[in-house]
Design a protein around this ligand. Structure first.
Ligand code: GAR
Length: 201
């Protein structure tokens, strides 16, 4: 049965940069049967190019530059925008700010992140260089629930990407991005389906 916009889960996407994962989620949300819609794209960077694409596609956008604000003040502004947009789930897609534990706790179980490594390997930054330097056969990406500990929440889905001998961090990152664009929409849809099937208290 076709879903109406009334029964799609409203999702806020937080970005800091190009927002190509956000774009993947947005276009996937427009396919028949998608269980979610992008209600808001919010950023801590006014020049995040993903904002332009979201606006072009008619999605509400919000910017709150983090400079000069405490972590808590930044999180509160972003959270208010998400709540005002009616978001039930927050999706981090290249949002390069560490969130305050209070914010994460308020959204625990309803906030997802994508991280460019096969977690639990390579939490944090420079994941591609670290995988290449370690001689790994594969890199990849993980979608996980966000918990107060960085990149440590339960993994929902992963995709593996083979590392070539001639790969640099840049060439590997480009292929992992392609894989992420497949991974995130599927992981989000599966997550929403699993919530819908979960027993209520
Ligand atoms: C993605 O590769 C994502 O995995 C990574 O930032 C990129 C954002 O690209 N996230 C992190 O490193 C978070 N620790 P995008 O703006 O084109 O979606």
């Amino acid at each position: 049965m076709a879903r109406t916009s009334a029964d799609r889960v409203r999702v806020a996407v937080f970005i800091s940069g190009a927002g190509t994962n956000m774009a993947g989620l947005l276009y996937a949300s427009r396919l028949a049967g998608a269980p979610y819609e992008i209600a808001l794209v919010a950023s801590n960077c006014a020049d995040a190019s993903g904002l332009e694409l979201a606006a072009l596609e008619g999605v509400e956008t919000f910017v709150h530059p983090h400079q000069g604000h405490s972590r808590e003040a930044q999180d509160t502004a972003m959270e208010r925008a998400a709540t005002d947009a009616g978001a039930e789930i927050i999706v981090l897609a290249g949002y390069m700010r560490i969130l305050s534990p209070e914010f994460v706790r308020r959204w625990e179980g309803r906030i997802l992140n994508i991280h460019p490594s096969l977690l639990p390997r390579y939490k944090g930054l420079d994941t591609f260089a670290r995988a290449i330097d370690a001689g790994d056969s594969h890199a990849g990406s993980s979608v996980h629930l966000v918990t107060p500990d960085l990149d440590a929440g339960p993994v929902l889905a992963q995709v593996r990407v083979a590392i070539a001998e001639h790969d640099t961090p840049e060439t590997l990152a480009a292929r992992v991005k392609l894989a992420e664009h497949q991974l995130y929409p599927r992981a989000l849809a599966d997550f929403i389906a699993s919530r819908a099937g979960a027993p209520t208290a």
